[in-house]
Design a protein around this ligand. Structure first.
Ligand code: THU
Length: 136
């Protein structure tokens, strides 16, 4: 797979930052934004969407992924996530598993309220993942 140009990753990061402004997070007050770069080269944003029944809260990453899949996309090349924190944070375990389904080798870019960023890969965050191929 060709490396993703830095300018594309910066566009993805910008989309994640913008998506956080749409967050529905009245309970945690933790506004998260995400954006995914798909195999077709398109970018899909997402935000966290909370619920009065707390267990139904959906992370920004999964909102973005489900939106991409609903638009007909089946592969993820990169996922950017913005959290309103002084340091970057990593996607939660549930989101790692969902990213694995569509982008087992996806790049992950985490950005935050400061200039810090962490770039890693899904397989570094979820080694030996259970995935579609394990179902035979
Ligand atoms: N959250 C995300 O949307 N993505 C993350 O990577 C971390 C956590 C959301 C879930 C919940 O709405 C709020 O942040 C607090 O956990």
């Amino acid at each position: 797979m060709k490396p993703i140009p830095t300018v594309t990753l910066r566009r993805l990061e910008k989309a994640a930052r913008a998506a956080a402004r749409k967050s529905y997070s009245p309970y945690s007050k933790f506004a998260v934004g995400a954006a995914v770069l798909t195999g077709s080269g398109k970018i899909y944003p997402g935000c966290n969407v909370e619920n009065a029944s707390y267990g139904l809260c959906n992370c920004a990453e999964r909102t973005a992924i489900f939106s991409a899949v609903a638009a007909g996309e089946k592969t993820l090349r990169a996922v950017a996530v913005f959290t309103p924190t002084p340091e970057p944070t990593m996607p939660c375990g549930a989101c790692r598993q969902v990213i694995n389904e569509f982008g087992p080798r996806a790049e992950i870019v985490s950005v935050c309220a400061s200039k810090q960023r962490i770039t890693t890969t899904l397989d570094a965050l979820l080694p030996a993942a259970f995935g579609p191929e394990d179902l035979g």
